[in-house]
Design a protein around this ligand. Sequence first.
Ligand SMILES: [Zn+2]
Ligand SMILES: [Zn+2]
Length: 361
Amino acid sequence: MARPAETMKSVVCYGPGDYRMEEIAVPHVEANEVLVKVLAVGICAGDAKCFAGAPHFWGDADRPAYVQPPITPGHEFVGQVVQLGDGASEKYGGLQIGDHVISEQIVPCRACRFCLRGGYHMCVPHDIYGYHQKTPGAMATYMKYPANSINHKVPKEIPTWHAAFIEPLSCSIHAVELANIQFKDVVVVAGCGPLGLGMVAAAREKSPAKLIALDMFDWKLDIAKMCGADIVMNPSKCDVVSEIRKLTDNYGCDVYIEASGHPSAVVQGLHMIAKLGTFVEYSLFGKETTADWTIISDMKELTIRGGHLSPNCYPKAISMIANNKLPMEKIITHKLSLDDVHKGLELVNKSSESIKVVLLP
Ligand SMILES: [Zn+2]
Ligand SMILES: [Zn+2]
């Protein structure tokens, strides 16, 4: 495949609400780097929150800004190799021109304390696609996977718009691994957006005694059933805490995975979970949540685990999609062109009409 022209089309984030379509330089590839043509890129709830100006991304009195504009957004992508720097093919498992390949969202330094101790997803001086200057994202015709990137080949049989779901699914898998699910467990997943549906599918792989999904939209609960939920409940239509108690001889659920990002879902989980249960939190909150910590300690002796990104989870995500473990045509609700990025961000922000919105550059 020939080296592309010198410039390409890209969405560029300048600030909250200020995303422009521009013609920018195609990245230059050096040793151990890969240039790919972007085949598909999903819009994350994080992208929509960044566009909306959330303090998590733009900073406030308590924290510095996370996003470094001007920057090409997009971290849920798959690309086709068009150029390999010296040594890149050997470094990334014999990667060839034309291969489909995905790069993990974080590009770790491989030298800080967390990288050296095996927690590369918590790397301190890390780069992250779509937010940091050194790693522009995928909402463009081409993108570069730099020297420290972690890359995985993707079978060409997987449709590109399904492959864009590998990144969020790998996050769901990490959350499920943190939950340490046992066969006897009653597991509740709160929230059936892209992450929650992936968690239902991944929890199904662990074969718990009962798998229950919660969401405010019945049509999303129907998809949760296709992902493997035994029972679904809509908290706007029933008292889910008492329903879960009824199903468990009044003990409560053994595992509660919170994926909605709503403060009320945290409190709901603390009331619904059994003594000695495991509570996994994996979401971005728009505001702080408060809870009675006595429930966590004296009343129930809970294990509380927070989750971030998806260390060592991409291979499992690729195999789950390749083996049709998820109803991908239901999960990818919208396929849009790059020019429709604003429409896509709006759909994701509303969340009532979409699950995963994918752009096809
Ligand atoms: Zn994401
Ligand atoms: Zn590091």
